[in-house]
Design a protein around this ligand. Structure first.
Ligand SMILES: Cc1cc2nc3c(=O)[nH]c(=O)nc-3n(C[C@H](O)[C@H](O)[C@H](O)COP(=O)(O)OP(=O)(O)OC[C@H]3O[C@@H](n4cnc5c(N)ncnc54)[C@H](O)[C@@H]3O)c2cc1C
Length: 354
């Protein structure tokens, strides 16, 4: 199906930052269409059940809409999804969910956007495109035999799954440590395999590491430092010491690979956006968030490339929505984030100047 009437802006991705930008543009009457490959807030939908953000809730709030809760603590992924639904309803945002964008082509002074919803391919046109696609579309695979067996997962969904079962967790950063503690407390027999000798306390929530170390010392959570998996079999994992010694079989019922995620940059590549360095950071103008391809903007964590070092988060991406709104409309949005505007630093000064 071809939708011929061009939109002013097409936003690809309906995570928190894409939604925040959509509200900013909606409030000043810019004709916008937005797509998400899954449901809105898709990245939060695969988080483990009942996971708290480490960011406090006022730093996660978008478009000036406070996050309400009755406990004044950090919000969970589920609470945040309910909040995002409420924002979308409140501003009546036209979001096409379950409609992945598969191709972007520049044709004269506009872009052709090809999508692949379940009902068959569709095309749209827009004068400007904003990529708000995040940086976590794919798990970082180990590419070892057995990685796709049914008892192996890159996604930690619910500690209940591992009650009274043996679980080997591979990894040593936040997600692995949090999964180890939660699964052990839910009655799993947990062992952690990590390629390094010790944990890096800068990469782990400060309240988790002392807890984990206490369990390792007490012997309630097993720890196999300086080991990497070579192959996964039903009922066991072949672990190799990083020092190069002989591999050993570790018996387990389930394997959780907490090895991280990376962005899918195929849309950036199709458009010919310049990508720099090992993190493939896209080139963009920091004043406007316009990429090296005129008319294509970057909002949210996509701007950090495949982001292995996590430099961008929701809390420091609100200003992307402000910069893009100003580049398109000439004015900084009235409402952005939910923290005092001075927290935006430079953005605050520009807001004042407008
Ligand atoms: C367990 C966990 C805890 C975290 N805690 C925090 C925290 O405390 N604070 C914080 O700031 N961040 C946290 N993060 C990171 C946070 O999830 C990201 O910073 C945030 O989701 C980025 O928002 P975004 O809008 O840039 O991208 P995303 O939320 O990733 O949204 C991108 C959207 O684009 C869609 N999309 C991708 N490709 C396409 C396509 N081709 N077509 C259409 N749609 C597409 C995706 O489906 C997705 O919905 C955490 C992450 C994890 C995994």
């Amino acid at each position: 199906m071809t939708h011929s009437s061009p939109y002013e802006v097409a936003i690809i991705g309906a995570g928190p930052i894409g939604i925040e930008l959509a509200v900013c543009l909606r409030l000043v009457g810019v004709r916008t269409i937005q797509f998400d490959a899954g449901q809105i807030g898709h990245t939060m939908t695969w988080w483990p059940r009942n996971t708290n953000f480490f960011s406090t809730s006022e730093r996660l709030a978008i478009a000036g809409v406070p996050i309400p809760n009755n406990h004044q603590q950090r919000t969970t992924g589920e609470e945040y999804l309910a909040y995002l639904r409420a924002v979308v309803e409140q501003f009546d945002l036209p979001i096409q969910s379950y409609e992945p964008v598969v191709q972007l082509t520049r044709v004269a002074n506009h872009f052709t956007i090809t999508t692949a919803p379940l009902t068959g391919p569709a095309t749209y046109t827009a004068r400007r495109v904003v990529l708000a696609i995040g940086d976590m579309q794919q798990p970082l695979r180990l590419n070892i035999p057995g990685e796709d067996l049914p008892h192996v997962s890159h996604y930690f969904r619910d500690p209940h799954d591992y009650f009274r079962r043996r679980l080997l967790i591979v990894g040593g950063k936040n997600s692995a440590v949090e999964a180890a503690l939660r699964c052990w407390r839910a009655g799993a027999q947990v062992t952690l395999s990590y390629r390094r000798a010790t944990f890096d306390d800068r990469r782990i929530k400060h309240w988790l590491l002392p807890d984990l170390m206490a369990q390792i010392e007490a012997g309630t959570i097993g720890f196999l430092p300086e080991t990497v998996p070579l192959a996964i079999h039903p009922g066991s994992v072949e672990l190799c010491p990083t020092s190069g010694g002989a591999p050993r079989q570790h018996a387990t019922d389930f394997v959780l690979l907490c090895t991280g995620f990376r962005g899918d940059q195929s849309l950036l590549e199709q458009l010919g956006i310049t990508l720099y360095g090992p993190n493939r950071v896209p080139a963009f103008n920091p004043e406007t968030m316009e990429s090296s391809v005129p008319g294509v903007y970057l909002a949210g964590t996509v701007a950090a490339g495949i982001q292995q070092r996590y430099t961008l988060f929701i809390e420091n991406c609100h200003e992307h929505a402000g910069k893009i709104t100003r580049a398109i409309t000439g004015a900084w949005p009235q409402r952005l984030g939910d923290v005092p505007t001075r927290s935006y630093g430079l953005a605050f000064e520009r807001f004042e100047a407008n």
